[in-house]
Design a protein around this ligand. Structure first.
Ligand code: ADP
Ligand code: MG
Length: 223
């Protein structure tokens, strides 16, 4: 099904996080981080993310995309369950580290949320040990995630949310096959969030293949 452009901007006048159905712990933490108002991509995306919709979001670097999906991931977690409930795929280890760091900041007042980074270029042994201890959210690069799926060290059958971050860059870097392999192992009853700086034909095809009735939001300018 083709992506539907959101008919009206979600937020025009009010941009505070308190207009969203967020937990008190999350609102307090956002205040302590001095996130006083939403960035435009957050204001456009978060209502849909929290409503459980699939989403294609297009915005430039530095526009606050991590919190635009991260707040939704964190608010929906079942902390009592140590199954991997959310997976964020990123093009590089550096970007995965940045996403994990921002998610940890957003989760810092919520106890016991385990966020694990699984990237290539580092030894796999310690990652196996960490996976055995369990994680709620995994952030990683496609190749290493596929390695773990093949080894049986990572299971995505309880996945609730999948984020393809910088999806256009992942496709440019040749990760299409790995992404397909990951998605083939993932719970089909999941929310799929696709973040991309651009919206070329290969991203549209990926959305058509893997998303259900997605909402499309676009923010052209920075803050
Ligand atoms: P992107 O993924 O779009 O490149 P990031 O998610 O990395 O952007 O965010 C860029 C910076 O903006 C980060 O330092 C982050 O902490 C900060 N930031 C994100 N959202 C807000 C907000 N609502 N208020 C203030 N700072 C924010
Ligand atoms: Mg980013």
């Amino acid at each position: 099904m083709p992506a539907i452009l959101a008919q009206e901007p979600i937020v025009t006048t009010t941009c505070t996080f308190s207009t969203l159905p967020l937990s008190r712990a999350m609102l307090d933490n956002l205040a302590s981080l001095e996130y006083t108002s939403m960035t435009p991509i957050q204001a456009e995306s978060l209502p849909w993310v929290l409503a459980g919709r699939d989403l294609i979001a297009q915005a430039k670097t530095g526009s606050g995309k991590t919190a635009a999906f991260g707040i939704g991931l964190l608010e929906k977690l079942q902390v009592d369950s140590f199954a991997v409930q959310a997976l964020v795929l990123c093009p590089t280890r550096e970007l995965a580290d940045q996403v994990a760091k921002e998610l940890r900041r957003l989760a810092r007042f919520t106890h016991n949320i385990k966020i694990l980074t699984l990237c290539g270029g580092v030894a796999i042994g310690p990652q196996l040990g960490s996976l055995e201890r369990g994680a709620h959210i995994v952030v990683g690069t496609p190749g290493r995630i596929v390695d773990h799926l093949r080894k049986g060290s990572l299971h995505l059958d309880r996945l609730q949310q999948l984020v393809l971050d910088e999806a256009d860059r992942m496709l440019d870097m040749g990760f299409a096959d790995d992404i397909n392999t990951v998605i083939a192992s993932a719970n089909s009853e999941r929310q799929t969030l696709l973040f991309s700086a651009t919206y070329p034909a290969n991203i549209q095809q990926m959305s058509a293949r893997y998303q259900r009735d997605p909402v499309r939001v676009t923010v052209e300018s920075l803050h």
